[in-house]
Design a protein around this ligand. Structure first.
Ligand code: PMP
Ligand code: GLN
Length: 384
């Protein structure tokens, strides 16, 4: 293994999901739903397979039906206009979109500002692209992890090429406010930076609706917006993602994508094209259902003695384990299956400054209500 990757080892999600399988514990580690998404979307995939649509290589940028549906989605929910032929690129999940964007846009030595804690593939992909990551730490403030705009401004140097943003934010569940996004946008314009914005949890927000960064003044031409079908339609195994950006940026990212996967799985693209056109009630129900689950698990964690940062979006609740007399999230997560039959993820893995993340532990609530109730009862046995 080369030096760029050696530091990263096995992803925490693989390690913790294996631990859950080995111990039979409830897996609140890796974020994936334990029930499938809409039946009609699954049927659309079956139909495409059966009819031979997408069983041979689909077009490199993605099938026209899906590119059109992505462009329509950006218009329908956010009033943003993208040309399906030149401003949309289909990828193998958001993961490939992140990798291809960084590989396409970074020169070796370029600095990338990312909100810490950050999703683990960011660090690995910045490293593979030869970039240098510059973390800006979200800090607990009045019950949520918040961005300090002065710290963000201070992190920009002459070598900064781009900001890698993520809102709604994994693992903290923070949703950046309109004012925070406006400030990020103003900074990007002032310092002439690109922004890659990971919005895979765009429909999983429990307060004000998600606001895409690309809609702010001066941002359309400098923003690569990434999303994916996994979370919005509860089919994380399908790995259909997409990028919206200007033709220049799409062409650049496509140059990298064509040599990573060339294309993404065909039949699922037809199904996701249909999914993106589901009526508003689908998206409302998804959100409300998840809000109920969030509250179930958040209340259970509170009762068990954790400090809970009740999230405004995503699948995840970050907790502070110090009220339980614990301080090392890694050790805590490794012992949790044996102690109470639960798997969780230590937030420290999402930090460069691991000490900052040490007492925080992430629990996923995208699970059936009976599973969450069982989990809450098990966690209660930890109460001091
Ligand atoms: N970004 C974030 C913030 C995520 O949490 C995830 C995991 N779902 C991804 C990207 C990857 O998405 P996908 O499964 O579509 O590759
Ligand atoms: N995004 C999911 C999480 O944060 C899992 C993704 C993965 O397994 N790579 O848990």
């Amino acid at each position: 293994l080369n030096r760029r990757l050696a530091a990263f080892g096995t992803t925490i999600f693989a390690e913790m999901s294996a631990l859950a399988v080995r111990t039979g514990a409830i897996n609140l580690g890796q974020g994936f739903p334990d029930t499938d998404g809409p039946e009609e979307v699954r049927e659309a995939a079956v139909r495409a397979l059966r009819d031979g649509r997408g069983n041979q290589y689909p077009p490199g940028p993605g099938i026209p039906e899906l590119r059109t549906a992505v462009a329509e989605h950006q218009g329908r929910f956010y009033g943003l206009t993208y040309d399906p032929d030149t401003e949309v690129l289909v990828t193998a999940g958001a993961t490939e979109a992140i990798a291809a964007s960084l590989l396409a846009l970074l020169e070796p030595g370029d600095e990338v500002i990312a909100l810490e804690p950050y999703y683990d593939s960011y660090a690995a992909c910045i490293a593979m692209a030869g970039g240098t990551r510059v973390p800006v730490t979200l800090r607990p403030h009045e019950g949520a992890f918040r961005l300090d705009l002065d710290e963000l401004r201070a992190a920009v140097t002459d070598r900064t090429r781009l900001i890698l943003l993520n809102t709604p934010h994994n693992p903290t569940g923070t949703v950046l406010t309109h004012d925070e996004l406006a400030a990020v946008a103003a900074l990007a314009v002032e310092r002439d930076l690109l922004v890659i914005t990971d919005e895979v949890y765009e429909h999983l927000v429990f307060g004000d609706a998600h606001t895409p960064l690309a809609g702010f003044p001066g941002m359309r031409e400098r923003t690569v917006t990434i999303s994916s079908a996994g979370k919005t339609f509860s089919y994380t195994g399908w790995k259909v993602g997409w990028i919206t950006a200007t033709p220049e940026l799409i062409t650049a990212v496509r140059s990298a994508k064509q040599y990573l996967t060339y294309v993404s799985a065909g039949p699922f693209q037809y199904a996701v094209a249909e999914a993106l056109r589901l009526p508003g009630a689908y998206f409302d129900t998804l959100r409300e259902d998840l809000r109920t689950k969030r509250d179930l698990l958040a209340d259970g964690l509170s009762d068990a003695g954790f400090t809970v940062f009740r999230p405004s979006g995503t699948y995840f609740i970050t907790t502070d384990i110090r009220p339980l007399g614990e301080s090392d999230g890694f050790a805590f997560c490794r012992s949790l299956p044996e102690r109470c039959g639960i798997v969780a993820v230590p937030n420290a893995v999402f930090y460069d400054h691991q000490a900052q993340g040490a007492p925080f532990v992430r629990f996923a609530f995208c699970k059936r209500e009976d599973v969450l109730k069982d989990a809450a009862a098990r966690l209660k046995s930890l109460a001091p």
